[in-house]
Write a protein that binds this ligand. Structure first.
Ligand code: MN
Length: 412
Protein backbone atom coordinates (compact mmCIF):
# COMPACT_ATOMS: atom_id res chain seq x y z
CA UNK A 1 0.00 0.00 0.00
CA UNK A 2 1.24 3.50 -0.81
CA UNK A 3 2.24 5.30 2.40
CA UNK A 4 0.20 8.34 1.34
CA UNK A 5 -3.00 6.38 0.67
CA UNK A 6 -5.98 8.32 2.13
CA UNK A 7 -7.31 5.02 3.53
CA UNK A 8 -3.99 4.15 5.18
CA UNK A 9 -3.61 2.86 8.73
CA UNK A 10 -4.28 6.40 10.05
CA UNK A 11 -7.87 6.39 8.76
CA UNK A 12 -9.62 3.00 9.23
CA UNK A 13 -13.16 4.05 8.29
CA UNK A 14 -16.12 1.72 8.83
CA UNK A 15 -18.76 0.78 6.31
CA UNK A 16 -21.21 -1.91 5.29
CA UNK A 17 -20.78 -3.90 2.12
CA UNK A 18 -21.83 -7.03 0.29
CA UNK A 19 -20.33 -9.10 -2.43
CA UNK A 20 -22.81 -9.38 -5.30
CA UNK A 21 -25.63 -11.64 -4.05
CA UNK A 22 -24.01 -11.98 -0.65
CA UNK A 23 -25.31 -10.76 2.69
CA UNK A 24 -24.37 -7.45 4.31
CA UNK A 25 -21.15 -7.32 6.32
CA UNK A 26 -19.28 -4.66 8.27
CA UNK A 27 -16.01 -3.68 6.65
CA UNK A 28 -13.02 -1.49 7.38
CA UNK A 29 -11.25 0.15 4.45
CA UNK A 30 -7.50 -0.32 4.27
CA UNK A 31 -5.83 0.94 1.10
CA UNK A 32 -7.66 -0.54 -1.88
CA UNK A 33 -8.96 -3.41 0.24
CA UNK A 34 -11.71 -4.02 2.76
CA UNK A 35 -11.29 -6.05 5.91
CA UNK A 36 -14.42 -8.16 6.44
CA UNK A 37 -14.90 -7.35 10.10
CA UNK A 38 -18.10 -9.40 10.42
CA UNK A 39 -16.01 -12.47 9.58
CA UNK A 40 -12.72 -11.50 11.24
CA UNK A 41 -13.97 -10.22 14.58
CA UNK A 42 -15.32 -13.45 16.14
CA UNK A 43 -12.14 -15.28 15.13
CA UNK A 44 -9.61 -12.70 16.24
CA UNK A 45 -11.40 -11.10 19.21
CA UNK A 46 -13.87 -13.56 20.69
CA UNK A 47 -15.13 -11.04 23.27
CA UNK A 48 -18.28 -9.26 22.04
CA UNK A 49 -18.42 -11.72 19.18
CA UNK A 50 -21.76 -10.45 17.87
CA UNK A 51 -20.61 -6.85 17.60
CA UNK A 52 -20.54 -6.86 13.78
CA UNK A 53 -22.62 -9.94 12.97
CA UNK A 54 -25.69 -8.00 11.74
CA UNK A 55 -23.72 -6.45 8.89
CA UNK A 56 -24.60 -2.92 10.00
CA UNK A 57 -22.75 -0.57 12.35
CA UNK A 58 -25.78 -0.11 14.62
CA UNK A 59 -24.61 -2.30 17.50
CA UNK A 60 -21.07 -0.93 17.37
CA UNK A 61 -22.28 2.68 17.31
CA UNK A 62 -24.38 2.09 20.42
CA UNK A 63 -21.49 0.40 22.25
CA UNK A 64 -19.74 3.68 23.07
CA UNK A 65 -16.26 5.16 23.26
CA UNK A 66 -14.54 2.44 25.30
CA UNK A 67 -15.37 -0.20 22.73
CA UNK A 68 -14.79 2.19 19.81
CA UNK A 69 -11.22 2.68 21.09
CA UNK A 70 -10.69 -1.01 21.73
CA UNK A 71 -11.73 -1.99 18.21
CA UNK A 72 -9.62 0.74 16.60
CA UNK A 73 -6.59 -0.36 18.64
CA UNK A 74 -7.10 -3.98 17.58
CA UNK A 75 -7.44 -2.96 13.92
CA UNK A 76 -4.33 -0.79 14.12
CA UNK A 77 -2.42 -3.78 15.51
CA UNK A 78 -3.80 -6.29 12.99
CA UNK A 79 -3.39 -4.09 9.94
CA UNK A 80 -0.29 -2.14 10.91
CA UNK A 81 1.91 -4.94 12.24
CA UNK A 82 3.55 -7.31 9.75
CA UNK A 83 3.50 -10.27 12.16
CA UNK A 84 -0.18 -9.81 12.97
CA UNK A 85 -0.95 -9.25 9.29
CA UNK A 86 -0.95 -12.93 8.37
CA UNK A 87 -3.94 -13.57 10.64
CA UNK A 88 -6.15 -11.02 8.88
CA UNK A 89 -5.01 -11.73 5.34
CA UNK A 90 -7.79 -14.21 4.67
CA UNK A 91 -10.39 -11.61 5.62
CA UNK A 92 -9.34 -8.99 3.05
CA UNK A 93 -11.03 -8.50 -0.27
CA UNK A 94 -10.44 -5.96 -3.06
CA UNK A 95 -12.68 -2.93 -2.52
CA UNK A 96 -13.63 -3.08 -6.19
CA UNK A 97 -15.48 -6.38 -5.54
CA UNK A 98 -17.74 -4.87 -2.87
CA UNK A 99 -21.12 -3.19 -3.25
CA UNK A 100 -21.32 -0.52 -0.57
CA UNK A 101 -24.52 -0.25 1.49
CA UNK A 102 -25.93 2.33 3.85
CA UNK A 103 -23.72 1.61 6.89
CA UNK A 104 -26.21 2.19 9.73
CA UNK A 105 -29.92 2.59 10.31
CA UNK A 106 -30.51 6.32 10.13
CA UNK A 107 -32.63 7.35 13.10
CA UNK A 108 -33.37 11.08 12.98
CA UNK A 109 -31.82 13.45 10.49
CA UNK A 110 -31.11 17.10 11.20
CA UNK A 111 -29.51 19.58 8.83
CA UNK A 112 -27.88 22.78 10.05
CA UNK A 113 -26.92 26.07 8.39
CA UNK A 114 -23.57 26.71 10.04
CA UNK A 115 -21.50 28.51 7.41
CA UNK A 116 -21.61 32.27 7.84
CA UNK A 117 -20.45 32.69 4.23
CA UNK A 118 -23.23 30.47 2.89
CA UNK A 119 -25.93 32.10 5.02
CA UNK A 120 -24.72 35.58 4.10
CA UNK A 121 -24.55 34.74 0.37
CA UNK A 122 -28.15 33.51 0.42
CA UNK A 123 -29.22 36.52 2.45
CA UNK A 124 -27.67 38.88 -0.12
CA UNK A 125 -29.44 37.06 -2.96
CA UNK A 126 -32.89 36.82 -1.41
CA UNK A 127 -33.08 39.75 0.98
CA UNK A 128 -31.01 42.48 -0.72
CA UNK A 129 -30.75 45.73 1.17
CA UNK A 130 -31.17 44.07 4.57
CA UNK A 131 -28.69 42.45 6.96
CA UNK A 132 -27.57 39.27 5.14
CA UNK A 133 -27.80 37.29 8.41
CA UNK A 134 -31.07 36.91 10.31
CA UNK A 135 -31.06 38.36 13.87
CA UNK A 136 -30.82 34.89 15.46
CA UNK A 137 -27.96 33.62 13.28
CA UNK A 138 -25.02 34.37 15.59
CA UNK A 139 -26.91 33.32 18.72
CA UNK A 140 -27.85 29.77 17.80
CA UNK A 141 -27.01 27.18 15.13
CA UNK A 142 -30.09 27.23 12.87
CA UNK A 143 -31.30 23.82 11.75
CA UNK A 144 -34.34 21.82 10.67
CA UNK A 145 -35.45 18.21 10.92
CA UNK A 146 -35.07 16.40 7.62
CA UNK A 147 -36.27 13.06 6.30
CA UNK A 148 -34.21 10.10 7.57
CA UNK A 149 -35.95 7.60 5.27
CA UNK A 150 -34.58 9.17 2.08
CA UNK A 151 -30.94 9.12 3.09
CA UNK A 152 -29.19 7.00 0.47
CA UNK A 153 -25.69 5.66 0.09
CA UNK A 154 -23.28 7.10 -2.45
CA UNK A 155 -23.90 5.79 -5.96
CA UNK A 156 -27.68 5.67 -5.62
CA UNK A 157 -29.30 7.51 -8.57
CA UNK A 158 -31.18 10.69 -7.64
CA UNK A 159 -34.45 11.09 -9.58
CA UNK A 160 -35.23 14.70 -10.33
CA UNK A 161 -37.85 15.80 -7.80
CA UNK A 162 -41.24 17.13 -8.84
CA UNK A 163 -43.27 19.71 -7.06
CA UNK A 164 -45.01 23.04 -6.89
CA UNK A 165 -43.38 26.30 -7.74
CA UNK A 166 -44.40 29.83 -8.47
CA UNK A 167 -43.38 31.15 -11.86
CA UNK A 168 -42.21 34.68 -12.64
CA UNK A 169 -45.76 35.82 -13.54
CA UNK A 170 -47.08 34.57 -10.20
CA UNK A 171 -48.90 31.48 -11.51
CA UNK A 172 -48.48 28.10 -9.82
CA UNK A 173 -47.24 25.10 -11.77
CA UNK A 174 -46.38 21.51 -10.87
CA UNK A 175 -43.54 19.70 -12.55
CA UNK A 176 -39.92 18.61 -12.41
CA UNK A 177 -37.65 20.97 -10.48
CA UNK A 178 -35.84 23.36 -12.82
CA UNK A 179 -33.32 24.46 -10.19
CA UNK A 180 -31.81 21.28 -8.79
CA UNK A 181 -28.77 22.00 -6.64
CA UNK A 182 -26.21 20.36 -4.38
CA UNK A 183 -25.00 21.18 -0.89
CA UNK A 184 -21.53 19.93 0.11
CA UNK A 185 -21.67 19.08 3.81
CA UNK A 186 -20.19 16.93 6.56
CA UNK A 187 -22.47 14.61 8.53
CA UNK A 188 -21.96 13.57 12.16
CA UNK A 189 -23.12 10.14 13.29
CA UNK A 190 -24.48 9.69 16.83
CA UNK A 191 -23.60 6.46 18.59
CA UNK A 192 -24.53 6.72 22.26
CA UNK A 193 -28.17 7.69 22.90
CA UNK A 194 -29.60 9.88 25.65
CA UNK A 195 -32.90 9.77 27.47
CA UNK A 196 -35.54 12.42 27.06
CA UNK A 197 -34.86 15.45 29.27
CA UNK A 198 -31.10 14.99 29.11
CA UNK A 199 -28.76 17.59 27.62
CA UNK A 200 -25.38 16.99 26.01
CA UNK A 201 -22.87 19.65 27.06
CA UNK A 202 -20.05 20.70 24.72
CA UNK A 203 -17.61 18.63 26.78
CA UNK A 204 -19.54 15.37 26.10
CA UNK A 205 -19.56 15.66 22.30
CA UNK A 206 -17.12 12.80 21.73
CA UNK A 207 -18.91 10.59 24.26
CA UNK A 208 -21.91 10.50 21.93
CA UNK A 209 -20.69 11.16 18.38
CA UNK A 210 -18.80 8.34 16.70
CA UNK A 211 -17.63 9.80 13.43
CA UNK A 212 -18.19 11.77 10.25
CA UNK A 213 -19.18 11.16 6.65
CA UNK A 214 -19.52 13.26 3.51
CA UNK A 215 -23.05 14.43 2.70
CA UNK A 216 -24.64 15.84 -0.44
CA UNK A 217 -27.88 17.53 0.59
CA UNK A 218 -29.60 17.72 -2.82
CA UNK A 219 -31.89 20.77 -2.93
CA UNK A 220 -34.65 21.84 -5.33
CA UNK A 221 -34.34 25.61 -5.08
CA UNK A 222 -37.57 26.43 -6.91
CA UNK A 223 -39.67 24.11 -4.72
CA UNK A 224 -37.83 25.34 -1.62
CA UNK A 225 -38.29 29.03 -2.40
CA UNK A 226 -42.09 28.69 -2.68
CA UNK A 227 -42.75 26.37 0.24
CA UNK A 228 -40.32 27.39 2.99
CA UNK A 229 -42.16 30.31 4.62
CA UNK A 230 -42.92 30.05 7.52
CA UNK A 231 -41.96 26.50 8.57
CA UNK A 232 -38.71 25.98 6.66
CA UNK A 233 -37.38 23.35 4.21
CA UNK A 234 -39.75 20.51 3.30
CA UNK A 235 -40.19 18.81 -0.11
CA UNK A 236 -37.38 20.84 -1.67
CA UNK A 237 -35.00 18.85 0.53
CA UNK A 238 -36.67 15.59 1.50
CA UNK A 239 -36.51 13.74 -1.85
CA UNK A 240 -32.93 12.45 -1.33
CA UNK A 241 -29.82 13.07 0.74
CA UNK A 242 -26.68 11.16 -0.25
CA UNK A 243 -24.03 10.01 2.23
CA UNK A 244 -20.58 8.53 1.72
CA UNK A 245 -20.38 4.81 2.54
CA UNK A 246 -17.43 5.25 4.91
CA UNK A 247 -17.77 6.63 8.43
CA UNK A 248 -14.46 8.07 9.59
CA UNK A 249 -14.16 7.86 13.39
CA UNK A 250 -13.45 11.07 15.31
CA UNK A 251 -10.31 9.30 16.54
CA UNK A 252 -8.87 9.56 13.01
CA UNK A 253 -9.38 13.34 12.98
CA UNK A 254 -7.25 14.28 16.00
CA UNK A 255 -4.66 16.05 13.82
CA UNK A 256 -7.39 17.88 11.93
CA UNK A 257 -8.85 19.54 15.03
CA UNK A 258 -8.42 23.27 14.99
CA UNK A 259 -9.74 26.42 16.59
CA UNK A 260 -13.12 27.50 15.24
CA UNK A 261 -13.30 31.08 13.91
CA UNK A 262 -13.78 33.87 16.49
CA UNK A 263 -17.43 34.43 17.45
CA UNK A 264 -18.90 37.86 18.06
CA UNK A 265 -21.04 38.22 20.06
CA UNK A 266 -19.93 35.61 22.55
CA UNK A 267 -22.46 32.75 22.47
CA UNK A 268 -24.67 31.98 25.48
CA UNK A 269 -23.20 29.63 28.09
CA UNK A 270 -24.29 26.25 26.69
CA UNK A 271 -22.79 27.21 23.29
CA UNK A 272 -19.69 29.03 24.60
CA UNK A 273 -16.70 26.86 23.66
CA UNK A 274 -13.96 29.36 24.53
CA UNK A 275 -12.81 27.14 27.42
CA UNK A 276 -13.71 23.83 25.81
CA UNK A 277 -11.90 21.34 23.60
CA UNK A 278 -11.64 22.63 20.03
CA UNK A 279 -13.93 21.06 17.45
CA UNK A 280 -13.08 23.10 14.39
CA UNK A 281 -11.96 20.56 11.77
CA UNK A 282 -9.48 21.11 8.96
CA UNK A 283 -11.35 18.99 6.41
CA UNK A 284 -10.82 20.04 2.78
CA UNK A 285 -13.51 19.14 0.29
CA UNK A 286 -13.63 19.06 -3.49
CA UNK A 287 -16.80 19.20 -5.54
CA UNK A 288 -16.77 17.91 -9.13
CA UNK A 289 -19.56 17.86 -11.71
CA UNK A 290 -19.10 15.46 -14.63
CA UNK A 291 -15.42 15.23 -13.77
CA UNK A 292 -14.79 18.99 -13.66
CA UNK A 293 -13.83 20.40 -10.28
CA UNK A 294 -16.05 23.36 -9.44
CA UNK A 295 -15.29 24.10 -5.78
CA UNK A 296 -12.93 23.49 -2.85
CA UNK A 297 -14.83 24.21 0.38
CA UNK A 298 -12.96 24.13 3.72
CA UNK A 299 -14.75 22.92 6.81
CA UNK A 300 -12.52 25.02 9.09
CA UNK A 301 -14.40 28.11 7.90
CA UNK A 302 -17.63 26.93 9.59
CA UNK A 303 -18.92 29.33 12.25
CA UNK A 304 -20.64 26.74 14.47
CA UNK A 305 -18.92 23.45 15.38
CA UNK A 306 -20.58 20.05 15.52
CA UNK A 307 -20.17 20.09 19.32
CA UNK A 308 -22.20 23.30 19.47
CA UNK A 309 -24.80 21.82 17.15
CA UNK A 310 -25.19 18.76 19.37
CA UNK A 311 -25.44 20.92 22.50
CA UNK A 312 -28.10 23.00 20.77
CA UNK A 313 -30.05 19.98 19.49
CA UNK A 314 -30.36 18.68 23.05
CA UNK A 315 -30.67 21.87 25.12
CA UNK A 316 -34.45 21.47 25.13
CA UNK A 317 -34.17 17.89 26.41
CA UNK A 318 -34.76 16.17 23.08
CA UNK A 319 -33.22 12.72 23.28
CA UNK A 320 -30.67 11.21 20.90
CA UNK A 321 -30.98 7.83 19.25
CA UNK A 322 -28.21 5.63 17.94
CA UNK A 323 -27.97 6.40 14.24
CA UNK A 324 -29.05 10.02 14.48
CA UNK A 325 -27.32 11.95 11.72
CA UNK A 326 -26.81 15.67 11.82
CA UNK A 327 -25.25 17.51 8.92
CA UNK A 328 -23.27 20.73 9.08
CA UNK A 329 -25.07 22.75 6.48
CA UNK A 330 -23.52 23.84 3.20
CA UNK A 331 -19.80 24.39 3.60
CA UNK A 332 -18.85 27.66 1.94
CA UNK A 333 -15.77 29.81 2.47
CA UNK A 334 -14.86 33.41 1.75
CA UNK A 335 -13.52 32.75 -1.76
CA UNK A 336 -15.76 32.25 -4.79
CA UNK A 337 -14.14 28.87 -5.51
CA UNK A 338 -14.90 27.68 -1.98
CA UNK A 339 -18.68 27.85 -2.29
CA UNK A 340 -20.46 24.57 -1.61
CA UNK A 341 -23.64 24.99 -3.69
CA UNK A 342 -24.49 25.88 -7.28
CA UNK A 343 -26.84 28.66 -6.20
CA UNK A 344 -23.78 30.43 -4.77
CA UNK A 345 -21.29 29.34 -7.45
CA UNK A 346 -23.56 30.70 -10.21
CA UNK A 347 -24.99 33.53 -8.08
CA UNK A 348 -28.59 32.33 -8.37
CA UNK A 349 -28.09 31.22 -11.96
CA UNK A 350 -26.83 34.57 -13.26
CA UNK A 351 -23.19 33.50 -13.74
CA UNK A 352 -23.09 30.02 -15.36
CA UNK A 353 -20.15 27.69 -14.79
CA UNK A 354 -18.12 26.21 -17.65
CA UNK A 355 -18.23 22.43 -17.35
CA UNK A 356 -16.64 20.30 -20.09
CA UNK A 357 -17.31 23.00 -22.67
CA UNK A 358 -20.94 23.34 -21.60
CA UNK A 359 -22.60 25.91 -19.35
CA UNK A 360 -24.35 25.01 -16.13
CA UNK A 361 -26.48 26.99 -13.77
CA UNK A 362 -28.33 24.15 -12.02
CA UNK A 363 -28.09 20.37 -12.55
CA UNK A 364 -29.29 18.68 -15.73
CA UNK A 365 -30.44 15.07 -16.09
CA UNK A 366 -27.40 12.82 -16.37
CA UNK A 367 -25.12 15.12 -14.40
CA UNK A 368 -22.95 13.32 -11.88
CA UNK A 369 -21.77 15.07 -8.73
CA UNK A 370 -18.82 13.74 -6.71
CA UNK A 371 -17.72 15.26 -3.41
CA UNK A 372 -14.44 14.07 -1.90
CA UNK A 373 -12.48 15.21 1.16
CA UNK A 374 -9.24 14.80 3.02
CA UNK A 375 -7.86 15.95 6.36
CA UNK A 376 -4.35 16.10 7.79
CA UNK A 377 -3.30 12.96 9.66
CA UNK A 378 -0.37 12.12 11.96
CA UNK A 379 3.17 12.52 10.63
CA UNK A 380 2.12 14.18 7.38
CA UNK A 381 -0.28 11.35 6.46
CA UNK A 382 -3.61 12.14 4.80
CA UNK A 383 -6.93 11.00 6.25
CA UNK A 384 -9.43 10.36 3.48
CA UNK A 385 -13.19 10.63 3.80
CA UNK A 386 -13.83 8.81 0.55
CA UNK A 387 -16.49 10.20 -1.73
CA UNK A 388 -20.21 10.78 -2.03
CA UNK A 389 -21.37 10.33 -5.61
CA UNK A 390 -24.76 10.72 -7.24
CA UNK A 391 -26.20 11.05 -10.72
CA UNK A 392 -29.39 12.92 -11.55
CA UNK A 393 -31.91 10.83 -13.47
CA UNK A 394 -35.17 12.02 -15.06
CA UNK A 395 -37.81 11.83 -12.34
CA UNK A 396 -41.31 10.47 -12.37
CA UNK A 397 -40.46 6.82 -13.09
CA UNK A 398 -40.78 3.67 -11.05
CA UNK A 399 -37.20 2.41 -11.34
CA UNK A 400 -36.29 -0.51 -9.09
CA UNK A 401 -34.00 0.40 -6.19
CA UNK A 402 -30.44 -0.69 -6.91
CA UNK A 403 -28.60 -2.95 -4.50
CA UNK A 404 -26.69 -0.08 -2.96
CA UNK A 405 -29.86 1.81 -2.18
CA UNK A 406 -31.21 -0.57 0.46
CA UNK A 407 -32.07 1.06 3.71
CA UNK A 408 -32.33 -0.06 7.28
CA UNK A 409 -33.52 -3.66 7.33
CA UNK A 410 -31.52 -4.28 4.17
CA UNK A 411 -28.45 -4.24 6.34
CA UNK A 412 -29.69 -7.06 8.56
MN1 MN B 1 -28.26 21.46 3.71
Amino acid sequence: MRPDHPFGIQTLPYGSFARPDGRARVGVAIGDHILDLSAAWPTLAPAEENLFSSGSLDRFLAAGPVLWDRVRSALTRWLGDEREGEHVHGFLLPAAEAVMLLPFTVADYVDFYASEYHAANLGRMFRPGTDPLTPNWKHLPIGYHGRAGTIVVSGTPVPRPRGQRRTADGSITVGPSLRLDIEAELGFVVGVPTTIGEQVPLSAFDQHVFGVCLVNDWSARDIQAWEYVPLGPFLGKSFATSVAPWIVPLAALEEARTAPPPRTPRPVAYLDDSDEARWGLDVRLKVAINGTEVSEPRFRDMYWTAAQQLAHMTVNGASLRTGDLFASGTISGPAEQSRGSLIELTWNGREPLEINGGRRTFLEDGDEVVITATAPGPGGAVVGLGEVRGRVTPGGGRAAAPRGARHGEGNG
